[in-house]
Design a protein around this ligand. Structure first.
Ligand code: KIV
Length: 272
């Protein structure tokens, strides 16, 4: 099976995403961190490409998303934006770039937009950062919210477990989701929360809700390296693995090494 046949080839915008929810068209979103991969992801028919701060784990090998810097995210975002024509490109604001003050958050969001060429930014959190969210949107920068398991708060949570299992946390999440919509966010990611809560959030919000480990919603997002089977050994319940690229790559590399050692590469046709 090849690329998904995209019926609407126009650039995906915040307006288009809202229309997709209204018409019950599901939104497909995937991470990318570099030009070559972003081009493939876009040409496959993805609606949204996320330059996630998961680049900290996937690209740099850090244990958490916390160490990645604003300059590093801008580098990844600029590379991705160059490779994408149709999809909306969203860049995560990294840890520490929007939590300190409203002004700093606005300045850093503007830097991401101006220096990378992406279409929007994503921030983790609800009521705690609502003034900053309002300020960034007032500056003309579209925001995708992120609630539930927010990996930048992993040390506060004490791990990557399911969030909002208890009624109090579920009620706060629902309230935060409404606040984000009222503030003007154009969509919302919910991560690792019960499917019943996701259903309620989708029903009560008019903006699209995109889930990861959160059951059925208006769309889904995954980390590309996880769903392509490059992150060997990472098999959480919510992850569907669509390919085993680690094996494909290892087999290809093994064959190359064998050919080099046996002087079977290059042959005459591959030589000048
Ligand atoms: O950084 C990331 O990849 C994300 C997704 C998991 C939603 O935020």
């Amino acid at each position: 099976m090849g690329a998904y046949l995209v019926e609407d080839t126009r650039k995906v915008t915040t307006k288009r995403l809202k229309e997709m929810k209204q018409h019950g068209i599901k939104i497909a979103m995937l991470t990318s961190y570099d030009f070559t991969m972003a081009k493939i992801v876009d040409q496959a028919g993805m609606d949204v490409v996320l330059v996630g701060d998961s680049a900290s784990n996937v690209m740099a090998g850090n244990l958490t998303t916390l160490p990645i810097t604003l300059d590093q995210m801008i580098y990844h975002a600029r590379s991705v934006a160059r490779g994408v024509k149709r999809a909306m490109v969203v860049c995560d604001m990294p840890f520490g770039t929007y939590q300190v003050s409203r002004e700093e958050g606005i300045r850093n969001a503007c830097r991401i937009m101006a220096e990378s060429g992406v279409d929007a930014v994503k921030l983790e959190g609800g009521v705690e950062i609502i003034d900053t969210i309002r300020g960034i949107i007032n500056a003309g920068v579209p925001i995708m919210g992120h609630l539930g398991l927010t990996p930048q708060s992993v040390y506060q949570f004490g791990g990557y477990g399911l969030r909002a299992k208890e009624e109090a946390e579920a009620a706060k999440l629902l309230n935060d989701a409404k606040l984000l919509e009222e503030a003007g966010c154009f969509s919302l990611v919910v991560e690792k929360i019960p499917a019943t809560l996701t259903k309620r959030v989708c029903e009560e919000l008019s903006i699209p809700v995109i889930g990861i480990g959160a059951g059925i919603s208006d769309g889904q997002v995954l980390v590309a390296h996880d769903m392509l089977g490059m992150n060997v050994g990472f098999k959480p319940k919510f992850l569907r693995q669509y390919a085993d690229l680690a094996t494909v790559i290892t087999d290809a590399l093994g064959q190359y090494i064998t050919d080099v050692k046996n002087e079977e590469f290059p042959n005459e046709e591959e030589s000048y």
